[in-house]
Design a protein around this ligand. Sequence first.
Ligand SMILES: NC(=O)c1ccc[n+]([C@@H]2O[C@H](COP(=O)([O-])OP(=O)(O)OC[C@H]3O[C@@H](n4cnc5c(N)ncnc54)[C@H](OP(=O)(O)O)[C@@H]3O)[C@@H](O)[C@H]2O)c1
Length: 251
Amino acid sequence: MSLSQQRILIIGGSNGMGLAAAQRLAALQADVMIVGRSQEKLDKALSAIEGPAAAYVADFTDAQSLGALFQRVGHIDHLVLAASSSAAWGPFSSVGATALRGALEGKLLGYWQTLQAALPHLRRDGSVVMLSGAASRTAMPGTAGLAAVNGAITQMAQTLAKELAPLRVNVVSPGLVDTPAYEGMPADGKAAMFAGAARSLPVGRTGTSDDIAEAIVYLLGNGFTTGALLDVDGGARMAGSGSMNGDQSPA
Ligand SMILES: NC(=O)c1ccc[n+]([C@@H]2O[C@H](COP(=O)([O-])OP(=O)(O)OC[C@H]3O[C@@H](n4cnc5c(N)ncnc54)[C@H](OP(=O)(O)O)[C@@H]3O)[C@@H](O)[C@H]2O)c1
């Protein structure tokens, strides 16, 4: 299915995987719209996209902001949910209710209410791609909070693929990818985490935003795929029982 001229809204399109997807889609002549909270990041992202693209400031955790966004955007053919504002990361005993609530609101609830707000504007037989996370696909100590949030996204997507048909609903589950999400980490801790992960993965490296973008574009364009979960994680599901018990952040 050609994505040329298709109106595709990417929540979280100003950085990382969402931006990489916007770049690929613009190259395919899609009508790309990126969303984030920071105008500055959106401006920078627009300058990195070759082709037609528009940017909108909105916060996907805020229902009013979403309402205003969809009034401005109008009709769309496809929706990509690639944002996350907060993650509950660390050993189970250290993740309090406030942190978990923040992570649920900053991702699961954001996806939930964005899709609800989008539905009246979304083509009936268009599609949605949601990004979950590999922590929900493997038993890795230190990632129970990530597993809970991302596992819920995977499960709800499969139900929605039936309930909202002919709209197609698919999920990409990314493994560890070096994006601005890790900017706040101390450089040596980050380097050690990425090097350790690369050693443990069957493919011998961590991911790039473009690895994930390629999967997003595939799911948007393949009209015979719905309710699918695509693991783009370098084989993290088979990588053994490594742990992420440090105080590092996201995913
Ligand atoms: N990176 C990884 O290793 C990894 C692994 C597994 C899963 N994931 C998941 O993959 C997705 C993309 O991750 P990433 O690493 O590419 O993230 P990223 O580089 O941190 O980019 C996040 C994007 O989301 C936007 N955003 C954040 N909160 C928002 C909000 N409340 N409303 C609207 N936009 C918001 C950000 O812009 P503003 O800050 O300006 O709002 C930015 O454009 C996330 O769902 C993440 O959980 C990532």
